[in-house]
Write a protein that binds this ligand. Sequence first.
Ligand SMILES: [Zn+2]
Length: 390
Amino acid sequence: MPLVHMKDMLTHAHENGYAIAAFDLVSLHFLEAIMQAAEETEAPVILSLAESHFDYFDFELAMAATVAAARRASVPVAIHLDHGHSLDSAVRGINLGCTGVMVDASHHPFDENVRITREVVDMAHACGVPVEGELGYVPGVEGEDAERHPGEIAYTTPEEAERFVAETGVDFLAVSIGTVHGRMKGEPRLDFERLAAINERLGIPLVIHGGTGLSDEQFRRLIAHGVSKINYYTALSDAAARIIAANVRDNAQGYTGLMKGVRRAIAEECIRCIRLWGSAGRAGEVLKAAQPWREVEHLIIYNVEGIDEEETRRRIEEGRKVLSRIPGVRRVDTGTAVRPDARYRHAWLIRFAHEEVIASYRDHPDHVRYADEKFRPVAADRISIDYLLD
Ligand SMILES: [Zn+2]
């Protein structure tokens, strides 16, 4: 059960002067490589899935594998939606298993960024999920990740950062102090003074996007000034591509031939980062300091009165659709008792992302409407219990 609260994880990193890697994954090879690297170095790690990469893989299928990988890990893991575009993206991410979400409205003017971010924070916090916002703009310069972030760099100012955090309630802030997405052109110049001032004012974990191409010394200074989460992808992608190119030169045959060694190449770059950023060997401490992430099963067993079998079916179908879209609902299962003489004939098994969802689900207008109009009037004979899952 090594899924842990990301906020506890990053607070530990912030207090102890190291940074946790948030590696973006775009395939099963990346997922396996990242987990291998984290296990080998005994490091806490964040599995990150960027909405801008959803053209390359099926998010829903990738999340099933990501959650499974996190659950069987021995090191603490969090699952993060990277660069979510909208409130709907954040809801989808949380419902599929993300335990942290980023909302990226940094290309909007300040007030609009605050409004969009605040909306996501309200929803996510009601699901127990922490939120990363971005203020200032980290553009792309070159390469696949770069194309998705057009425009000029806009630096984060300490004054605006303080206002932004106060007005939105974000748990972590991605700042713009000179890094770029994708591959660097020339030596990046980072504004450490600005970063130090932001860290002093905010006192919350800071995040850097565009980690590829920075020097060891630059990473050390970023971390010394409050950077606790580093997003990293392009260099992993390049490491994989170099191996594939070498396999082509060696006349490797077929897909599996071309992919030979890719996992190890990605893992090695992950290991280098984990060691450099100081998270190696921290798994045990973080497991002690961080609350485990626990889902809740909302169980209802009931009998129906006053409507026929067909209408019962119809209402169950409608409920499955309506309820599964509510923020924090991970799964809606329904069933009928195997034995016809069972004390209760029907069951709802509704999986909540977190204990917080019990209240936000209960009060959600879609749930209230369905329960009051379609369910409670015909299901007076029922038992409902919430179970915190081990
Ligand atoms: Zn980014």
